[in-house]
Design a protein around this ligand. Structure first.
Ligand code: ZN
Length: 463
């Protein structure tokens, strides 16, 4: 008897194999893999997840846990006949505990809806990025998502108190509850954060909340080059405020954005890079900016005068990723470096591309304050798609070699998924990878959970 025949105990709408639905649920935002899941299941309760995984284990069926599928590493792709387990029907949000500053939600709760749920109480879950309107809490946690506020709050990992996780064999674990302090040995909760659904399926989480900031000031500065951006960062670190974002994008990114969308260019002249600074509880901002110009740290600058202008400036930064995809074919990469190495890395990368890949346009933007650059190499107009993809396969290891040489990481915030699994060894030692394989074999001995992601396929499928 196969798995589909054994779903009689589940609600009638639990599973579907409608081809267009499967195509939609089998892909994420990477769009390079052709989706081909065999089935989509949409549980409403943890018990349904547990019973389903027990069955999948018994039948040796591969399962891809699925959130908002906004990832950029292929972590939620089902391209080999897997069953997609979508958490989208599990979006309950409990009342906010204002005393403990926590909220318990199901994994399918949408990030932005969690924000809206907490905001009237003056609280927020400070995990924030451009895809918050469709990304889900469970996916954010499974990928340890980053975003635009990491410099202020750290990664998603820091804002998860408790997790309910279902293991491959159906075992339900309740980890840490709503406790801030719980010093009882190794913290199992952390195993599941960032493991991209390869070790268990997150079904509920108790989120840690923080106060909504009272006022945020947003400034955009124009600088000559990345070295000038680093100098500005040094000054901003010492500024009369708490930095809540320090973002950077190159002039080529801005040019593509402005050619794609009718947005107002805030500057009369072109400059090499632009830096968006968001400051919390700022004092004497005018004194700070005056000194920046006196010291020659910025060539030009704009300070948002009201919320609408602040949103406009943020729109310049947050619209880049989409406009690169709309105006060409970007090969996307997401790397982390020590901030002090950003400039040298970028120079090495541009030299490499100029020498070996003439005609390739390198677009750099990202969360500079976190040392996180999104490197987008654009397909030259004259090159066909297949040739471009083949060429980027040659470029990637060369770029990762540079990342390694500058003591960085081949994935800052997007994860490994399918996209970078062949390159994990650039950022993780053989001993670490062996340990990760051991964990996988212990928690998911049949290898049914998101197989092929992060570690590739060497985990046994059955025994
Ligand atoms: Zn990002």
């Amino acid at each position: 008897m196969n798995l589909r025949d054994r779903l009689a105990d589940f609600p009638a709408d639990f599973a579907t194999d409608d081809p267009s639905t499967l195509a939609e649920y089998g892909r994420d935002w990477t769009k390079v893999h052709t989706p081909s899941p065999s089935l989509l299941v949409r549980p409403r309760t943890t018990d349904e997840v547990s019973r389903f995984l027990r069955l999948a284990s018994a039948e040796n069926v591969a399962v891809v846990p699925s959130g908002g599928r906004t990832g950029l590493a292929g972590g939620a792709v089902a391209a080999r006949g897997e069953v997609v387990l979508s958490l989208e029907r599990m979006r309950r949000m409990d009342p906010v505990d204002t005393l403990g500053a926590t909220v318990r939600v199901q994994a399918g709760a949408i990030t932005e809806q969690v924000h809206q749920h907490c905001a009237p109480l003056g609280l927020t879950w400070p995990v924030d990025f451009a895809s918050k309107g469709s990304s889900q809490v469970g996916g954010n946690i499974a990928t340890n998502a980053g975003g635009v506020k990491v410099i202020r709050y750290g990664l998603t990992r820091n804002w998860v108190l408790g997790l309910e996780v279902v293991l491959a064999d159906g075992t339900v674990l309740e980890l840490n509850g709503a406790l801030e302090k719980n010093n009882t040995g190794a913290d199992l909760r952390q195993l599941f954060i960032g493991s991209e659904g390869t070790l268990g399926v997150i079904t509920e989480a108790t989120l840690k909340l923080t106060r909504l900031p009272a006022r945020l000031d947003v400034m955009l500065f124009a600088v000559a080059d990345l070295s000038a951006a680093v100098a500005l960062f040094r000054a901003a670190r010492k500024g009369p405020f708490t930095l809540s974002a320090f973002e950077v994008f190159s002039d080529r990114c801005l040019a593509r954005l402005l050619s794609h969308r009718k947005l107002r260019d805030p500057f009369a002249e072109r400059h090499g890079y632009y830096v968006l600074v968001e400051a919390e509880a700022a004092e004497d901002l005018e004194g700070f900016t005056t000194k920046l110009f006196e010291d020659g740290l910025a060539a030009d600058g704009v300070l948002a005068q009201h919320g609408g202008q602040a949103a406009e400036l943020w729109g310049l930064r947050e619209g880049i990723s989409e406009s690169l995809s709309a105006t060409g074919l970007p090969h996307k990469n997401d790397v982390a470096l020590p901030v002090a190495a950003l400039e040298a890395f970028t120079q090495d990368l541009e030299a490499l591309v100029a020498a070996e890949y003439p005609g390739f346009e390198v677009n750099i933007f990202g969360h500079m304050g976190d040392g996180n650059l999104h490197v987008n190499v654009m397909k030259p107009e004259s090159m066909d798609r297949a040739a471009f993809l083949a060429t980027t396969k040659r470029l990637d290891p060369q770029m990762f070699e540079l990342v390694k040489r500058h003591h960085g990481s081949i994935s800052a915030e997007h994860g490994i998924g399918l996209l970078k699994r062949d390159y994990l060894s650039y950022s993780r030692s053989p001993a670490e990878i062996a340990l990760l394989r051991g964990l996988k074999a212990t928690l998911d001995p049949r290898g049914i959970l998101n197989p092929g992601k992060i570690l590739g396929d060497s985990v046994p499928q059955s025994r």
